[in-house]
Design a protein around this ligand. Structure first.
Ligand SMILES: O=C(CO)[C@H](O)[C@H](O)COP(=O)(O)O
Length: 208
């Protein structure tokens, strides 16, 4: 079954905790967004893990270098999964994977900015990552003509375990599931909704 991951792209620990409390019953994975971690530091990871020990806590570090060190400090803070950029050197990904293996946790590779996402997804899967994120970032989503369909096609073609992130919402989630994604990531569609719990529940019901 496709899991639902909420991406919390808010800026304070208090706001993140409040959102997580509302949506946790409807999601499988709680992601601490990159701006949140940069704003609040690793303490936000510990705060969310302490509040939701039963959830998979995903720290969107977007690591580009020093893979082992960055992964290790996030795992020590309570993260279950961390992201490393697919544009990073293989050695950075391998370092993070080694830190994950030592901690009994996992690494996700974010393909934001990667030209041939299907080929890179296959290559990094062979390095031992949990899954690969087919991702169009917030800036790419804002470009004229952006379409999630290209990401979904690339993900399906990869034949590896993958998630999809890029403005996933109630209109596109069925296509994400149909593409065979292991995880559907939704940020703005949940935290930007008038009723985030209702929005998360609606997305989850499409995946069941
Ligand atoms: O990692 C991110 C941006 O770099 C976002 O968390 C991700 O894109 C999901 O958010 P949204 O559904 O709003 O696109």
């Amino acid at each position: 079954m496709t899991k639902l991951q909420v991406a919390i792209d808010l800026l304070t620990t208090d706001d993140a905790l409040a959102l997580a409390a509302k949506v946790a019953p409807h999601v499988d994975i709680i992601e601490l967004g990159t701006p949140l971690i940069k704003s609040e530091g690793l303490g936000v990871i510990r705060a969310i893990k302490d509040a939701h020990p039963d959830k998979i806590v995903f720290a969107d570090l977007k690591t580009a270098d020093a893979g082992a060190l960055e992964a290790q400090i996030a795992f020590e803070a309570g993260a279950d999964l961390v992201t490393v950029l697919g544009t990073a050197d293989d050695s950075t990904i391998v370092g993070a994977v080694q830190a994950a293996q030592a901690a009994g946790k996992g690494v996700v590779v974010d393909l934001i900015g990667v030209a041939d996402k299907t080929a890179r997804a296959r290559a990094v899967t062979n390095l031992g990552v949990e899954f690969v994120e087919f991702h169009a970032g917030l800036d790419e989503q804002a470009q004229p003509g952006f379409s999630l369909a290209t990401l979904l096609e690339a993900g399906s073609a990869s034949k590896v375990r993958f998630s999809v992130a890029g403005g996933v919402n109630i209109h596109s989630i069925e296509a994400v599931k149909a593409a065979g994604a292991d995880v559907a990531v939704a940020g703005g569609a949940i935290y930007g909704a008038e009723d985030p719990a209702l929005a998360a529940a609606a997305l989850k019901s499409e995946l069941n």
